[in-house]
Design a protein around this ligand. Structure first.
Ligand code: SF4
Length: 956
């Protein structure tokens, strides 16, 4: 194609490449990019933009964005992809550009607010940031002075940053971090961690021969935009794509082989594949011999074995252990024909050591024992030797980089049982969704409770128990909601403090999006643009809309407020590394890390005559490494080996030399320290290698941890029948399995009610029902059904489809937002106005009105054409914590009937007395530790305390 050039200095993208349009403005033009003003069309009027890189905050992928700042108005006009970002490479999903909707949302919170009436009454007064900091800081200081450190808790939904809270909370001396992970990914994380110490996979989809996904990952899962690009590259290069998904998702539609197993049967299928590889000898014998802890396994079977112990004995034992997992058995459990499963096994057997696999949520988060799904999936990587190699699957820690700040406090010597209760010694993250149940039982109270980008009342199961806790000032003294937008939970806060959207804040991000390593820098676009013009901005809220702030500066200022004179030992961590005794600025905090803690960045910046901070402000991202790199196979250096001793029985190398603090602070398991010192590696075939971050420094087919902490029957990869196993579902009585976890590609869990483009696309969550089941129930698309759980019910319309397995129904969790007041609370473009009543723990929520057009500063709100806000199903789910991983097992056994007289669309009924009984029943399935340790101290734990806190007797 030839482009006719206009003799004007625009649009430069037409001039560079001669015969084709450029996809992206080149970085050297980002200070002054010129395009025709589309609002003046057909006149050709040039418009000048400053393009400022930042990072999307609308899911965990951390894709790059470019904020287009109109140089005349100094307002952001739109967001597009940042081509310099190594993970997303300029591409985004629909949610990235929709950041502009969030910025311009007419219902957003622009100023700090303090509760004026009773909690939940909806009365607020505007306060200054100084007033809020003084009040909150004063209460925290008092709690610390009185030794009530465990009463301060920070609870995060979408973190959207790396490293900052690891800096803040230990400096405060609290074990006060809480997350959303146990309603998200703890199941899969546990499965991966028992193998290799790291808790996330990093598949190299682009170079794989076989890609096996347990989820609708290609369209909506973890890191899905960066992954989707690479899955399609792999597929175009000939890779076979296999998808397990009970629902016909968009991902399933792209697969070469799609199967729809009965929910919870996935591990049975994976073990049938493993059995086939083992029985036919089609596995990477050398890899397994070198890297799997098979000797430990054999010794566990026979504590006094006759020497020599041989690998052949292990191979024989493997054969015997998995022989029962035939294709026929897996077919019976899953409902998928044995011949189809056999075909999948053939593909895996022929992957040539290039098997990219992924399970994150999906089966890992739906089922009792779901953690074994990820463990059995990674078993296939181990058997095929597809670990840390091109086209295989790595550990996240090998592909992620989190720079170390200038000064970090030591690990705290406290343990908070409100988040890490002793009933769950192996819980992979905090037992966050049980917090209100623990408060209800009187296990503790909270003086100051921060919720940040978190809406537990709406997102978590058993939301009305959350409501009961949040409204009780005896249980929660001060609730501070840090949020850019209203939510059901923020309505019950004491302070609502507006924090910036993705384009209004600083954060560091690094994700294992592919075989490589990068960091990206989120920056407040308007602040950065003003600073480019030479204007000084001392706090980000001076540049953001209203007085919307950012957390990094907020935490620094709050820390100074808590400890103004430094007497508590907190302030020292928030002083400038460049100007001792002065308050650190965000430029200094990030600049110091870019200068000192990111390999290659200072050199790359120097080449362009920039400081590392200037480089990151200009490009928004830096690529540290390309390609797969397996940490375990690294030879130890002579420095690491100096003075090291080998333990004869295990081959593990120990040293007593002091450890140099690592520059990459990706959360890693603590080493199991012995009298010999701390482990630094392991001898493999006579060569000192770094190994895996497990107690054995090998891949743990056999987990001594699971054995020693009361679960010997699951010490090796096994299939655990789910709580929704077919034998537990009485289909003749109208029972179904409800899949409630699936994502819509265009929505952001609880955070898209403020994005009009996204809500216009997706605003309904009907219940999927198979045609045969619909016939049985006598319902058609659009009819109302009542879906009864163990603690209540919701009323939804149905969508009759062939795209779901008979006996299973599905409903997306993204919708069903609600508000209690006419013009306030959750965004009006996405929420229903509801009436909420309670009587002795029985809660009834009824939609009074759906979405309607309304007048606002955005004329589009008068053009709203949809009325549906969806149905809030999660309220009706009891908590179902897996006794090992702690993951909430989302799938529900439900009874479905036609709606009853008087039922209305969106109705929700819940009895929280019943929900507490269900909580107690699941709690009784746990096995608390019987030894001296409350938790294996080698296991990764966010904000790992000092080892002394792991001892039951020692910790406070
Ligand atoms: S995949 Fe996630 S981070 Fe990337 S553009 Fe979409 S929402 Fe943003």
């Amino acid at each position: 194609m030839t482009t006719t050039l206009t003799p004007l200095r625009l649009p430069p993208q037409h001039t560079d490449s001669g015969d084709r349009l450029q996809q992206y403005p080149p970085p050297d033009r980002w200070d002054d990019w010129v395009e025709w003003d589309n609002r003046q069309w057909p006149k050709k009027v040039p418009r000048h933009y400053m393009l400022v890189p930042t990072v999307c905050f609308n899911c965990e992928s951390a894709c790059g964005l470019l904020g287009w700042v109109d140089k005349e108005t100094m307002q952001v006009r739109k967001f597009e992809g940042n081509p310099q970002h190594p993970g997303s490479r300029g591409r985004n999903c629909a949610k990235g550009p929709a950041t502009i909707n969030q910025v311009n949302d007419p219902d957003r919170i622009l100023y700090p607010l303090k509760r004026a009436g009773k909690r939940g009454e909806g009365k607020w007064v505007r306060v200054t940031w100084d007033e809020a900091l003084k009040d909150i800081g004063g209460r925290i200081r008092k709690a610390f002075v009185e030794g009530r450190h465990n009463e301060v808790m920070y609870h995060v939904g979408r973190p959207g940053h790396d490293g900052v809270m690891e800096w803040i909370l230990p400096a405060w001396g609290v074990d006060g971090h809480n997350s959303h992970t146990n309603i998200c990914s703890s199941g899969a994380r546990a499965g991966y961690a028992f193998w290799m110490g790291f808790d996330r996979p990093s598949p190299d989809h682009a170079n794989a021969n076989v890609i096996l996904l347990i989820s609708s990952h290609l369209e909506t899962g973890h890191y899905f935009n960066p992954h989707a690009q690479r899955i399609m590259e792999g597929k175009m290069a000939g890779a076979k794509l296999i998808v397990f998904d009970t629902r016909l998702s968009n991902t399933a539609s792209m697969a070469d082989t799609w199967i729809a197993p009965w929910p919870g049967s996935e591990a049975a299928i994976l073990l049938a594949i493993a059995n086939d590889l083992i029985a036919t000898g089609r596995y990477n014998r050398e890899f397994v011999r070198r890297w799997v802890n098979w000797e430990e396994y054999l010794k566990s079977q026979d504590p006094n074995p006759k020497p020599p112990i041989t690998f052949e004995q292990f191979e024989e034992a493997l054969k015997q252990q998995y022989a029962r997992y035939t294709f026929e058995f897996a077919a019976q459990e899953s409902g998928v024909e044995a011949r189809v499963l056999k075909d999948i096994a053939e593909a895996v057997a022929n992957c040539g050591g290039k098997l990219a696999t992924h399970n994150w949520r999906s089966a890992g988060s739906g089922n009792l024992g779901g953690w074994q799904v990820a463990r059995c999936l990674f078993f296939l990587n181990v058997l095929t030797g597809s670990v840390g190699v091109e086209g295989g699957t790595s550990a996240n820690g090998w592909d992620k980089w989190v720079p170390r700040p200038h000064k970090m406090a030591p690990h705290v010597k406290r343990w908070n049982e409100l988040t890490w209760p002793r009933e769950y010694p192996l819980a992979y993250f905090e037992m966050s969704f049980l917090l209100p149940h623990f408060l209800k039982e009187g296990r503790g109270r909270l003086e100051v409770y921060f919720t940040r980008v978190y809406n537990p009342m709406w997102t978590n199961p058993d939301g009305f128990t959350w409501l009961e806790a949040l409204q009780d000032e005896a249980k929660i003294g001060l609730h501070v909601a840090l949020t850019p937008t209203w939510s059901e939970t923020a309505w019950w806060a004491d302070y609502v403090l507006p924090m910036g959207h993705g384009s209004e804040r600083h954060d560091l991000m690094s994700q294992e999006t592919h075989a490589g390593q990068w960091i990206a820098f989120r920056q407040p676009v308007l602040r950065a643009a003003l600073e480019r013009t030479g204007r000084k901005v001392s706090r980000t809220y001076e540049a953001n809309p209203g007085q919307v702030w950012e957390e990094t500066e907020f935490w620094i200022d709050l820390s100074w407020e808590i400890d103004p004179d430094g007497s508590l030992g907190i302030r020292q961590y928030f002083e400038s590394p460049y100007h001792p005794g002065e308050r650190i600025t965000v430029d200094e905090y990030y600049g110091w890390m870019f200068e000192n803690s990111v390999p290659g960045l200072p050199e790359a910046a120097a080449k362009e005559g920039l400081t590392p901070l200037q480089y990151m402000r200009r490009y928004g991202a830096f690529e540290i490494r390309q390609g797969a790199l397996a940490e375990y196979d690294r030879m130890l250096s002579s420095e690491e080996m100096a003075g090291a001793q080998m333990e004869e029985v295990t081959g593990i190398l120990y040293t007593k030399a002091p450890m140099t603090p690592p520059k990459n602070i990706v959360p890693t398991p603590a080493p199991v320290t012995k009298d010999l010192g701390r482990p630094v590696g392991v001898m493999i075939d006579g060569r000192p290698k770094f190994g895996f971050r497990t107690p054995s420094r090998r891949l743990e087919f056999f987990s001594t941890t699971l054995r020693d902490f009361g679960w010997p029957e699951y010490a090796t990869p096994e299939y655990i029948p789910s709580h929704v196993h077919p034998s537990r579902v009485h289909r003749e009585a109208g029972e179904f399995v409800l899949l409630s976890t699936y994502r819509l590609p265009t929505l952001i869990h609880t955070r898209s009610a403020n994005a009009k483009w996204l809500v216009e696309i997706s605003h309904s969550n009907p219940t999927w029902v198979h045609t045969s089941d619909a016939e049985r129930l006598g319902v058609m698309t659009g009819d109302l059904v009542r879906v009864e759980t163990e603690i209540g019910y919701f009323v939804d319309k149905v969508w009759v489809t062939e795209g779901i397995r008979p006996g299973v129904i599905a409903c997306s969790h993204h919708l069903g937002r609600w508000r209690l007041a006419e013009g306030e609370g959750t965004n009006r473009i996405a929420s229903a106005l509801v009436d909420l009543r309670e009587d002795h723990g029985e809660w009834r929520l009824r939609q009074l009105r759906g979405v309607q057009p309304y007048k606002s500063s955005d004329p589009d709100t008068e053009r709203i054409w949809w009325t549906d806000a969806g149905v809030h199903q999660n309220l009706t789910f009891p908590v179902q914590p897996d006794p090992i991983s702690g993951m909430h097992c989302w799938h529900q056994i439900v009874r479905v009937t036609r709606a009853q007289p008087g039922d209305k669309y969106g109705d929700v009924y819940v009895d929280t007395k019943k929900s507490h009984e269900v909580y107690r029943r699941w709690l009784s399935m746990t096995r608390p530790p019987t030894g001296e340790w409350r938790r294996p101290n080698w296991m990764l734990r966010p904000f790992r305390p000092d080892v002394s806190a792991y001892r039951l007797a020692d910790s406070r």
